[in-house]
Ligand binder design. Structure first.
Ligand code: B12
Ligand code: SF4
Length: 433
């Protein structure tokens, strides 16, 4: 088959004002790239870290989007390529969540997971029979068909934050059996937990030339036996990893800690002793905790939000991330608020979880915006986010030094950025758990 050149683009999205500015290598585009036949030569551009040269020669353009805040930029990019007479395909999470509008901006929209399916799309295009929509929503391919991502497409030097090695994104499972109110995952993945075969996970993970990973699975609290098997199997790889929630079970947490769990994103939704002890149990197993705190739920007043923020000081979180309740399309929240006439802003660039786009039940939109600003300022008043992150980084680097796997990307740059001898600081740092 004659080789074709594809320009694969991950459109830019704007970081929230309070957020640190590092960029992680995006997962969707390289997972999609892995499903393309070998006769496709890919030129990958992550617009968050480099500019697009619209005049680079290519036969076809593919856009891969994850967040709602990327879709309008994706449409601008498509328009630029249309001016140059190129065919534009699109896929990815927010292409699915905004499909009704997206389809008007591209030549072909792909909905669903692409394993075993992308070659046919390109063959259709070659024969001049490209369909406007390829809809595989609700029809997931066999999980065994998920293979290693095309990580060779990353320009590694662009993901080097202040000389510190960033994480690689990794999938050990797909789907989620839960269906939480503000979440779109059940719409995307069909409300079914789909674990990958453990031997494939180990093989795939071992081949990644990076000791630090973000296991992006929706939740590691879905199948205890699989989790235990997974953690036992990956422990010898000595990787260090971030993840979403891990099952609250003594044996699972113990195995997770031994398998290299570095820190987790854990929802902090109330001020109960349960949450306090949950955080402690992670720490007891050497696992850090970044609390994720959603503000603006229908049962919350301004005082409730402030009480929740104060409570964070008592539970010894390593980091906290605050988000404003946002009714993302294809969530229960969106359906309810829309029906109740409470959504007043449909500009998808504002759907970044840092801006109020709906009328909260027990406060005004301005009050919610203010309490969100208060939360960030208050939590990081005594120690900056950068400094807290550095401590988490020290924890992992210390463990790596002890295991002989420590490999800073750029020592000189790290020392300059942090204004100190980073390696010495790590060694003298007291592990906080
Ligand atoms: C990893 C992740 C993140 C990472 C992203 C890191 C990075 N640089 O990529 C981080 C932690 C930064 C993140 C942040 C947020 N996230 Co997030 N995140 C995810 C998560 C868990 C996985 C995404 C992923 O990597 N999927 C794996 C890849 C392989 O899947 P995929 O992209 O669908 O790709 C497949 C297909 O779509 C297809 N495909 C992909 N591209 C293309 C292109 C073409 C042309 C074709 C044909 C096919 C195709 O092929 C692939 C293989 O089958 C999803 C949930 C989920 N399960 O998807 C939420 C999710 C995307 N996030 C979400 C949210 C809410 C957020 C936050 C707003 C909330 C928060 N504070 O955490 C923030 C962002 C706000 C901000 N301004 O900071 C929402 C979406 C919201 C929205 N509509 O914008 C999701 C869906 C979860 C949810 N709760 O509903 N997130
Ligand atoms: S991915 Fe997380 S928030 Fe979404 S349904 Fe599953 S458990 Fe709930």
């Amino acid at each position: 088959m004659e080789t074709i050149k594809m320009k694969l683009i991950y459109p830019k999205w704007k970081k929230l004002p309070g957020q640190t500015t590092f960029n992680l290598p995006p997962h969707g585009p390289v997972a999609f790239a892995a499903t393309l036949p070998e006769w496709v030569d890919i030129d990958f551009v992550d617009e968050n870290v480099e500019e697009i040269n619209f005049d680079d020669p290519c036969d076809i353009v593919s856009l891969s989007t994850m967040l709602s805040t990327q879709v309008k930029r994706a449409w601008e990019i498509a328009a630029e390529y249309h001016k140059r007479g190129k065919t534009v395909l699109a896929g990815g999470i927010s292409a699915m969540l905004h499909a009704e509008e997206f389809v008007n901006h591209v030549d072909s929209l792909f909905l669903g997971e692409s394993e075993g399916r992308s070659e046919q799309v390109l063959l259709d295009w070659k024969e001049g029979k490209l369909k406007k929509v390829y809809n595989f929503l609700g029809k997931q391919p066999p999980i065994e068909s998920v293979g290693p991502c095309r990580r060779d497409l990353y320009k590694r030097e662009l993901y080097n934050h202040k000389g510190v090695q960033m994480v690689d994104l990794f999938h050990a499972s797909r789907g989620c059996r839960f269906s939480c109110y503000p979440c779109a995952v059940s719409y995307l993945g069909g409300r079914k937990f789909r674990p990958r075969p453990i031997d494939k996970v180990v093989e795939d993970m071992a081949a990644i030339d990076n000791n630090r990973l973000f296991i992006v699975d929706n939740s590691l609290a879905q199948d205890k036996e699989w989790e235990k098997e997974l953690f036992r199997a990956i422990a010898p790889l000595k990787k260090k990893w971030i993840s979403h929630t891990i099952e609250d079970d003594p044996e699972v947490l113990d195995l997770a800690g031994k398998a290299g769990a570095w820190y987790v994103y854990q929802a902090v939704y109330d001020t109960s002793d349960y949450i306090k002890e949950r955080v402690k149990r992670y720490h007891d197993n050497g696992i850090g905790v970044e609390g994720t705190i959603l503000l603006g739920l229908d049962n919350q007043t301004v005082d409730d939000c402030k009480r929740l923020v104060d409570f964070l000081g008592e539970i010894d979180l390593d980091l906290a991330e605050f988000t404003i309740m946002t009714p993302f399309p294809h969530t229960k929240a969106y359906d309810d608020y829309l029906r109740q006439g409470r959504i007043f802003d449909f500009d998808w660039n504002h759907y970044n979880a840092g801006q109020v786009v709906f009328k909260p039940a027990k406060m005004t939109p301005d009050e919610l915006q203010d309490v969100y600003d208060y939360a960030w300022k208050s939590f990081y008043a005594s120690e900056t986010q950068e400094s807290k992150m550095f401590r988490l980084f020290c924890n992992v680097a210390l463990r790596e030094m002890n295991e002989g796997t420590y490999r800073p990307r750029n020592r000189a740059l790290a020392n300059k950025s942090f204004g100190k001898d980073v390696d010495r600081s790590i060694k003298t740092h007291q592990n906080s758990y």
